[in-house]
Design a protein around this ligand. Structure first.
Ligand SMILES: Nc1ncnc2c1ncn2[C@@H]1O[C@H](COP(=O)(O)OP(=O)(O)OP(=O)(O)O)[C@@H](O)[C@H]1O
Ligand SMILES: [Mg+2]
Length: 269
């Protein structure tokens, strides 16, 4: 099966930002990208689940990873974020601080379909993130207030986080990620259980983070969402990347029978 890859020359951060329509007057959050995934395999319990992944994530791009259930989207995101280790191959951060494990850890955040929240109020969940980074006092309170406004959480500030609705919990998870000012945010089906209004709220927050120069790498089963959010698409099938292209090219003319079946809502060939 042919693998369609990004063109060889990597665009500069400026070119990519221009292509993504991002203003250049924001301070650049990126310290670790590009992300280079070279020959990555992952096996568990004797099964080879991820086969020879090769792709790059460029700064300031929004990349969707798409594929049928069980294709390997979540595993790929978890491998890239460092939650699991490749059985073979390398994951390299090629940016200016990409060689520093501490910088690499601090520059990433991940939001899951079901966020893991502390048994505390919304405000305390947010404050905890900043305290863990040594930010306290008036500065901490001001940042928490600001992010609650941005993520429409002010009216929920003193509610127990675990009593929030699914959409509210997801906004809180994104607000926590926002406080970390990540270079890259991984999102594994961030709106899978949300209604259309909550989905759009969450997408607005994701786009605001992106405009603040955060690179986005997300999985979704919502093709309308992928069309709205993605600049680039990786299509994964049985643990292999079959297509890597711009979102426009992928949706206009998928190159493989598997991707065509996927977009047509058919069973995998
Ligand atoms: N620890 C594990 N041990 C064995 N198999 C695993 C393990 N983790 C994942 N898998 C298998 O690897 C495959 C890919 O899983 P993954 O969760 O990445 O799929 P996905 O593309 O995210 O699917 P979905 O769309 O359903 O979320 C699945 O067949 C899954 O059962
Ligand atoms: Mg998954």
């Amino acid at each position: 099966m042919a693998i369609i890859r990004f063109p060889g020359r990597m665009p500069s951060a400026h070119e990519t930002a221009e292509a993504a329509g991002i203003r250049q007057d924001k301070p650049d959050r990126n310290v670790i990208l590009p992300l280079s995934v070279d020959g990555v395999c992952y096996a568990a319990n004797g099964n080879l689940l991820i086969h020879d992944l090769n792709f790059r994530i460029l700064p300031r791009r929004r990349t969707a990873i798409l594929g049928f259930n069980g294709a390997g989207k979540s595993l790929t995101l978890r491998l890239c974020h460092g939650l699991i280790r490749p059985t073979a191959g390398r994951i390299r951060w090629e940016g200016p601080k990409g060689h520093d494990p501490k910088a690499v850890a601090l520059a990433q955040a991940m939001v899951f379909q079901k966020p893991v929240l502390l048994r505390r109020t919304v405000r305390e969940n947010l404050a905890y993130v900043l305290k863990s980074r040594g930010i306290r006092g008036a500065d901490m309170r001001a940042r928490v207030d600001r992010v609650m406004v941005r993520c429409q959480l002010e009216h929920l500030a003193d509610r127990p986080a675990r009593c929030l609705s699914g959409g509210e919990q997801q906004k809180l998870a994104l607000a926590r990620a926002w406080l970390l000012k990540p270079s890259i945010l991984f999102l594994d089906e961030p709106t899978a259980a949300l209604d259309p209004a909550a989905t759009l709220d969450v997408e607005r927050i994701i786009n605001s983070l992106h405009e603040a120069t955060t690179t986005i790498f997300f999985s979704t089963h919502d093709m309308a969402q992928a069309r709205r959010l993605a600049d680039d698409v990786l299509f994964i099938h049985h643990g292999q990347i079959l297509e890597a292209s711009t979102a426009d090219a992928f949706f206009a003319s998928p190159q493989t029978p598997e991707a065509r079946a996927f977009l047509a809502g058919e069973l995998a060939p």
